[in-house]
Ligand binder design. Sequence first.
Ligand code: KIV
Length: 272
Amino acid sequence: MSVAKKEYKRVTVKTLVDMKANGEKISMLTAYDYTMAKIVDGAGVDVILVGDSASNVMAGHETTLPITLDQMIYHASSVIRAIDRCLIVVDLPFGSYQSDPKEALRSAIRIMKESGAHSVKLEGGREIKESIKRILNAGIPVMGHLGLTPQSIYKFGTYTVRAKEEQEAEDLLEDAKMLERIGCFAIVLEKIPAELAKKVADSVSIPIIGIGAGPHVDGQVLVLHDMLGMTHEFNPRFLRRYLHLYEEMTKAISQYVDDVKTQDFPNESEQY
Ligand code: KIV
């Protein structure tokens, strides 16, 4: 289906709200380094999330919990140097905002000042309301994140679909309305039933960006390394792989090894 797409020179938080109002879907991908961010930005993606999924895909940790604020700032600064058009959202990592609103603000300020990012994302609803308000009061745009919140994995115990039960679904809807009320510019909904995601998207005027939340939301986000098929052991139902780079890269690198061993590389034209 062809969709009306307005050309935005630079995507801002206001652009995203306008996109929702105009019915234009928002595309968001993660990136954690300069080279990938340059490709993502050049390809026309609207929002780059410097996600704490860097803890998994860049550093090889099992969860997102170990990544530090300094490491997030390093990733975010590399991404910022690459972009011309995208809005950049940076995750506040686990442990940098949960203890109290002052610490949350300090962490958000460090990200904005030291990386040059445009906004931050925090996982959670009512339990972190005061921290979000404190950050918003400082003029820093905040994206919320509800549903499956990987920083709380040890509370949930599994990465299965959230908010299937009525009470959890009601709480999530209330949290989304609260995040809109206090001034968040958008919300990520992760791994919840598509019908609930639709209800949330219809109930608020700020954009709802889904990952495993079905098609009736205002935009989609995927982890770049997953959608490019660089990771191959992670296979959730919601993931569409646009390439199979794990296999492609393995083939190319094996070919290089062969070429070095057989002295095929470098050849006459590849030397001085
Ligand atoms: O860190 C991340 O990549 C995320 C997305 C899964 C939304 O938060």
